[in-house]
Design a protein around this ligand. Sequence first.
Ligand SMILES: C[S@@+](CC[C@H](N)C(=O)[O-])C[C@H]1O[C@@H](n2cnc3c(N)ncnc32)[C@H](O)[C@@H]1O
Ligand code: SF4
Ligand code: SF4
Ligand code: SF4
Length: 428
Amino acid sequence: MSSPRKVYVEVTTLCNLQCSMCVKHAQGSCIPEGHMAMEVFQSLVTGLQSVEFLVLNGIGEPLLHPDLVKMVQLARQHMPEKGIIGFQSNGLLVNDSNAEKLLVSGLDTICLSLDNLEDTRAELRGKEHSLSPVINAVKSLDRARNKSARPFQLGIEVVISRDNMHQLNDLVAWAGTHRVDYILVSHLYSYDGRGQESILFSPNTRSAVQLYEKWQKRAQELGVNLENLPNVRLHYARDHQDQTLLEIGEWMRKEATASGIRMHLQNLFTFDAELAQTLGQIFEQAECAAKSLGIALHLPPKLAYEEKERHCFFMDEQASFVDQYGNISPCHFLWHTFRCQVNNEPLLVEHHTYGNVQDESLEEIWQKKSYKEFRQEATQSSYSTCWSCTPGPCANLLKQNAMDIRDCHGSQVPCGHCMWSIGWTRCL
Ligand SMILES: C[S@@+](CC[C@H](N)C(=O)[O-])C[C@H]1O[C@@H](n2cnc3c(N)ncnc32)[C@H](O)[C@@H]1O
Ligand code: SF4
Ligand code: SF4
Ligand code: SF4
């Protein structure tokens, strides 16, 4: 019988920081605070015999859990020898003593959050999260790694935005001198609109941008600006320029329809080609530097995946998500109840679960018909394209729980309006 290959366990939702960018602190979120009870973890752990990667964090700081070391020990006893155990941490609580205990217990990796080398992130991250605690954490982990017989991988996650993009190369160089093995770069996503002006990711696809740029050039040659298209439609008496603009708009629409390209005009008007080019150069330099230092660098896309290329890491990796009470959710997006934004419109996402490990085994829950159907649909990527939908998010999405409706493609998974499917965010 098949079972999940990767399991994310939210051992705690408590945190010692209050990063304003975090979904935990986003306006309208409702993530109850608490530690996972050991009984819940014990019910889960027996189902980990064939799990390849166990991630011991969700939203919250895992090192706040008083039994984290015990959890690692228990998981190690039940998981395959080659199975990886790891977690993400803000690093504030790492010290020589817990680093050594965790590695001796069988921990394989920690991914520390580090967004910059200067303290320019105070607004999004909180003033306490500066470089010095992360350096201390790295040193403690390095000392523990030197004593450990088991290989250990040290990673950092960088949330990239306009504020820190120019530090990426320095961060890679820093990682090289601190024996970091891998770097995960995620774009900043704004759950409630705060910090939105710093976002580098564009929810447009490359083909939509190319098509728009072609017709914008044509419009400029004819002395009009495509950005005025929505206004022209409202004009009572249309002049010659208005007519030209409407015609160009129509040609562009026909070409988009014929090529199967979906366009969100407002997102295309605000697309910053110069910024995307600068980011591309920064990424290239960072890739070169990481390669020469032997660091595995995972960069995000600059634009949304093309419609057919949309995919979800969690589905690719056959992941399952366990909350503090033992409830199983299919993915990060449905792990909690929170508010987010699709094209600046607020959207409520409600926690969705297929069962609880205290009542049924992980394998039994994984095999449930409804859960299997979810994975099938989410893997097919035939869901709606809400990020390229000008009138969206539609009334359906706004009014109801994301899992209780069918989107306009008839699909029941909420992947069309989720930020993970277009490559916006990523995690361990
Ligand atoms: C939610 S935290 C949990 C682990 C731990 N508390 C930490 O901060 O590393 C996991 C990762 O998500 C990142 N993150 C938080 N809010 C984010 C956002 N709005 N957009 C992108 N990444 C975000 C954090 O920087 C961190 O690297
Ligand atoms: S990003 Fe991590 S450290 Fe910051 S509030 Fe969220 S869980 Fe805590
Ligand atoms: S489900 Fe709604 S928001 Fe999504 S593509 Fe369809 S109409 Fe647009
Ligand atoms: S809703 Fe998002 S996170 Fe969940 S399966 Fe779909 S793409 Fe993945």
